[in-house]
Structure formats: C-alpha cells, structure tokens
Design a binder for this molecule. Structure first.
Ligand SMILES: Cc1cc2nc3c(=O)[nH]c(=O)nc-3n(C[C@H](O)[C@H](O)[C@H](O)COP(=O)(O)O)c2cc1C
Length: 213
C-alpha cells in the first residue's frame, strides 16, 4: 500500500468563536444551542457520540446515538449484556464525545451512567422501526457468533413467530442516562489557538473556565 503522508491532512479552523462571557452559564443550555446548530448543519448522524467506558483500568470506545437529553442527563439505548453494559456495571464513570466537523466543534462530557427506568426504555423500544426491534431481540450484542447466517436465520424465525404482532422489549435491552458533572466545549480557531470552555459541577453550581488549547 502506498504510504500517504498523513501530515498533509491539515486545515485551518475559522467557523466561530466561544468565550466564557458569551457561553451560557448553564452547560445543558449551551449544549442545547450547539446541538441545534448540529441538527441544522451536520448532514450525517449529528446525534452520534463516542461513548467511552472503562473496566479494570482499560478504556474502550464506540459510537452510540443520543436519543434524549435534559438536565437529568444524556440518554442512549443499547443491549444490557453488551461489552459496554458489562463495563458500566463495573465502573459507572463514562464519557461521551461529539465531533461536529462541519462546525469545527467538539464537546466532551463526563459523568456517571445509570440505567433509565423501564417506562423510558419501553417507550423508546416501541418507537423503533419493527425490524430494528426484532434485531435488538435476536442479536446477542458483543458475543461471538459463528457466522452471519445465524443472525439472518434468527431474524426470520422471530419474524415468523411474531406473525406481525408487536414484540415486547426484552429485559436485556434498554436505556442508559449519563449524568454529567463535566463539560468541555471546543471551538476550532485560527493558528491552533482554539477556544475551550469547561464547566465543572460544584456544590454551589457550575463553575466555568477557559482552558488553553
Ligand atoms: C453511527 C452509529 C450509531 C450507532 N448507534 C448505536 C446505538 O445507539 N446503540 C448501540 O448499542 N450501538 C450503536 N452502534 C454500534 C456501536 O458502535 C457498537 O458496535 C455496539 O453498541 C457494541 O458495542 P460494545 O461491544 O462496546 O458494547 C452505532 C454505531 C454507529 C457507527
């Protein structure tokens, strides 16, 4: 394979600015404002976020989709027996990261992850397209499977058994909410002098500061 010089892939960041003074004092409101921009200007998967978990001091990351957010936290849905779920069981500390390259923006959020209640999980599960619900039921996420065909067979079998009826949410599938105690909003700037505004949760409320790029 021809070796491309990765060093040539560089660009300037000139799409906006972020000051401690013009950032919202409430990080959830600041997130909401940037999410609105992302929904408008990011064409593909604006709600995709990198979820990092850790177990036995070893981090692991993967993308999940943000499905809801408010001051209680950031909600995503997955398999409760997956690798990420087992890691969350061992250590509830996790981080999520959004990268919106169309806007030269990155947001890092850290906190503690908890399962959502079953009503939230049921509601979201039932809102998913029919075939996605079936896939969630038949896929033992993160387990080894001997061949692809086994998944397709299990999918077809489950569909036949259901005869068009709605499936119940399996107990091994549902939501998590990340309760944030740390945010960093990153806005790319010229000459690599990027803006970084951090919010840390303290007893008296959110403390906001600028940090160096
Ligand atoms: C764009 C995108 C969106 C994804 N959304 C989800 C999601 O919302 N929930 C989920 O469980 N996996 C989602 N995945 C798959 C995960 O990245 C991952 O493969 C899966 O959750 C298993 O991760 P684990 O083995 O670390 O538990 C998504 C992947 C991509 C690329």
């Amino acid at each position: 394979m021809e070796n491309q010089n990765l060093n040539d892939f560089r660009r300037e960041y000139q799409k906006g600015i972020l000051d401690k003074e013009n950032a919202n004092a409430d990080p959830f409101k600041q997130f909401g404002a940037w999410l609105q921009d992302a929904l408008k200007y990011v064409n593909i998967d604006p709600t995709a976020m990198v979820l990092s978990t850790v177990s036995d001091n070893k981090p692991s990351s993967r993308i999940v989709l943000l499905k809801e957010f408010d001051e209680n936290g950031f909600c995503f849905f997955t398999n409760y027996e997956s690798r990420k779920a087992l890691e969350i069981e061992k250590s509830a500390y996790a981080s999520i990261l959004f990268f919106w390259k169309e806007l030269d923006r990155q947001i890092r959020i850290e906190g503690i992850v908890e399962k959502t209640n079953s009503i939230v999980s049921d509601e979201y599960f039932n809102s998913r397209p029919y075939d996605s619900r079936i896939s969630a039921i038949i896929s033992p996420q993160s387990d080894e499977i001997k061949e692809r065909g086994l998944l397709d067979k299990a999918f077809e079998k489950m569909k036949m058994e259901l005869e068009g009826n709605d499936p119940d949410r399996p107990v091994y599938w549902g939501g998590y909410v990340l309760k944030a105690n740390y945010f960093e909003f990153w806005q790319g700037r010229e000459n690599r002098l990027h803006d970084r505004v951090v919010y840390e949760k303290k007893d008296e409320g959110w403390k906001i500061k600028r940090i160096a790029p």
